[in-house]
Design a protein. Structure first.
Length: 141
């Protein structure tokens, strides 16, 4: 199995076992599946394994459905960029304070909590979110 699909050991919960860009790139049909697999370094065995992975199949189906809607190509690409930023957010949030200031790390954590729907904001409540999680972060010497 290629390195792309190898087990991930950093504990990063954003890791799916495949790049989040893969289902979207396949759905966009800008390149053949064979070319996309070559770009990602996936073998035929890797592709077959992905096609048996229910999470990947669901992500691919969702990407295809999104592209059927008018004007969604831009929005889908923006979501794709956001997915890729999760890895960067993870890395920055776990960096030493000398590299990434505590205030920046706190902002990153608040953003992730809000994006996940755990902040109890009006948007989440209006959408049916009734349970709120409050996180207080105190960073300092």
């Amino acid at each position: 199995m290629s390195n792309m699909l190898a087990a991930h050991s950093s504990g990063d919960p954003s890791y799916l076992g495949y790049p989040p860009t893969l289902p979207v790139e396949i759905a966009l049909k800008d390149h053949s599946v064979q070319d996309i697999c070559a770009i990602y370094g996936l073998t035929a065995v890797d592709w077959h394994a992905l096609c048996q992975n229910p999470v990947f199949v669901n992500d691919l189906r969702h990407a295809i459905d999104e592209l059927k809607k008018d004007g969604v190509k831009f929005k889908l690409k923006a979501r794709l960029q956001a997915e890729l930023m999760l890895k960067r957010i993870w890395d920055m949030a776990h960096e030493k304070y000398e590299v990434v200031p505590p205030a920046v790390q706190a902002d990153l954590l608040k953003f992730v909590v809000r994006a996940a729907g755990y902040d109890g904001s009006k948007d989440q409540v209006a959408g049916g979110q009734t349970n709120a999680l409050q996180i207080n972060i105190q960073l300092g010497p």
